[in-house]
Design a protein around this ligand. Sequence first.
Ligand code: ADP
Ligand code: MG
Length: 858
Amino acid sequence: MSGRETPVMQQHAAAKRAYPDCIVFFRLGDFYEMFGEDAGVAAGLLDLTLTSRNKGKPDEIPMCGIPHHAAHGYIKKLLEQGCKVAICEQMADPATVKGIVPREVVRVITPGTWTDADQLEDHTNNWLCAVEIGAGEVGVALLDLSTAELLSARLSDLTSALSELGRARPREVLLYAEHDCQAAADVLAEVVPRAVLRTSQALTPAELVAAGARVDLAELEPIVARAVSRAVGYAHACLGDKDLPLWRVGVWNPSGVLSLDRAAQRHLELVESSVGDKRATLLAIIDRTQTAGGARLLRSRLLSPLTDVAAIRRRLDQVETLVQNGLVRASLRDALEDVTDLERLSVRASLGEATPRDLGAMRRGLRAAQHCRAALLGLPDEEGKKSLGLDMPVDWVGDLLERLDDALVERPPTQTKDGAVFVDGYDPELDRLATLRLSGSEAMVALETRLRQETGVSQLRVRFTRVFGWYVEVTRSQTTKIPASWRRKQTVAAGERYSLPEVDELADEIASADELFRARELTLWRQLSDEVVRAAQRIHHLASLLSVVDVASALGELAVDADYCRPEVDDSADLSVVDGRHPVVEKLAASGRFVPNDLALEARSEHLWLISGPNMAGKSTFLRQVALLVILAQMGSFVPARSARVGIVDAVLSRVGASDNLAGGESTFMVEMRETASILRTATSRSLVILDEVGRGTSTFDGLAIAWAVVEHLDQTIGCRALFATHYHELTELGDSSPGCRNYSVSAREHEGEVIFLHRVLAGAASRSYGVAVARLAGLPEPVLARARGLLSGFEGQLGARALRAPPVVEKQLDLFHAPTEHPQQAQVLDTLRELDLDRLTGLEALGLLAQWQRTLR
Ligand code: ADP
Ligand code: MG
């Protein structure tokens, strides 16, 4: 035995040498075994029992193993831990090989190159990403092997690259920089926490050519070409010598997409909510898709809304077609429910990874596609059909459906050799061999009966074991009845086993029928698989169409069901909404009692709204609902409003005051300022800026001064559409100081000491804060509230409500107004105040002065 083991372990050592960074799954019979270091790692991660091979011998080595048919679950776990797995297979049937079975690594599986549709998340792409950082530019390539997609882009800097990665959320990132990758790697780890990072130095030009040989790189910019070649090269190396399916290749132009930076993606809770509740995201609310491909398309549209008016209108036309044809929509959605993940199935087929069960799923999908086709015939007008691309002939891949229908049983097994893949009547030869196989066993039963009669041994049995083949077994007490001519084969506890020429002959026949049957089945399977491979790209194409139809009908369903309207999208710089709602809040937090609000921003006149109001009034909700409406409109969806007009927005930039989302570590004020600074740097006159309580992360006057300066800059220098929410009452002064700005407030009413939020956004600044009433809502003890009320009415009596928001200097301020000449410092302040030229004073300077006076008077 040990003479045979050494070569096996040599095979293993060779595989491990070739794939040192992988855990090698080494096929031995029905198991994948792991040895040595791999075994230690895998046993720990997979909770397997660690044993050893050649125990007690000099070549003892740790090992653990898993049954090969259960490998997927284990692979998934290892990938989740960032491991790579190299599958080392037996390259021939051990039964037919004399000596050692050849073994080879046929596939390397990594988090970003897995193609097992059963194990991947249906609704998200599984991106492998390559980032190439050059001098003053960044190349990004995104490759989803499971859907045969490749996207690439050139970005101007790492920050924009990170925003794109934030949208795509790759599973695995290959990072290349001319110099040191570490700094970039640190940031990346933060942006895509789930991704596995593999950093590396640049490849040589020759390596690049070798890796990228299968994609046309000539038309790409050099930095993009390098990123693409790296992603492709990496994936290609994982696949062994198989061709890389790349059927949807696109260069994406960041300016064709509404830019959503990382902060905005987070703040707006598009696909992930801040508290991790998947239901409370925009995607969860709008996703009515029926297919995995549709769900992926919807998600990517949501994260990459367009900026091209014509393209957006085409998408809106699709939705409108299905809004208007309710019956078609209903039957279409019924049919779509049965459409399987044809996109991923077609890719698996083309990689030779499809199982009989996969082809069964493919047939179900193609059949459902026919039902979709029938449903779509119900569209009454040509315009509607055209909007969905149905004016051109569509390839429904009906020929392959027919083939699969003819060939496959209703529920094919996961493995070919189960002998239960093809239906009766598909192949006469297979049927003949099946009968032979069956009749062989029947003949054996008949032989047994005859032998019982001939010998008079009623307990006589014709039996089969793997080791001995067929034999006749007789219990001990009966052996005397057995003719002397029978040859004794083995003595067991229960009796004697005999071999008979007659049994042997029949056994040979059965064995050969069995073997012939299996060979025939395999041949047929290969033929059918080849046909599927040839049709794979057509299926992929059809899958794309079905995804588009699915998204259109899902958005149509949403529009009807949740009462959305078609937005008017144009090239103006206006943004107006009548009765707009927050799509998520109206469904969850304020279900059934959501108060709609209007908005009217106009480029040339009123383009910046300053929204004040007490805490809990609905400021943040209003701000976000406007941003979400723009995103929905530009992704080509109807929007939650009575009517809406959206002049194209090139970027949604949004910030929340730091105390609203406390991040650990860095000073919240720093975070807030850094993010605000980046807004002011990136915003153009086409952007929509949402600032929610910016300036909160610091002391009131600092915060005010900064907030004020930011608003002024947005208003006068950038001139973009912007909404600024604040509970600093003081800022509302600014609302009336510039023609581009206007004050609005979210109303509330006080009733017997209770505050009632009306959630209505109305022109004019808020008059008071209702702070005490809110505090009561929050459960502050009654004595504290009573004291606060007392203080409040005292302040109000002497000052009017406005001075209340100035922080804890109220009493000094009282002095300032009521006893003007008591102290020299006050006199000095008052003199300055009297001489001040208000016409030449900016808001920021005013705040500066205020701060100075405050210091003086303290
Ligand atoms: P603010 O930012 O002014 O403190 P929020 O926008 O956070 O207030 O809103 C507080 C709560 O009020 C929200 O969680 C929501 O439940 C409710 N709300 C906000 N706007 C509306 C609205 N228009 N209609 C109904 N309820 C609303
Ligand atoms: Mg708020």
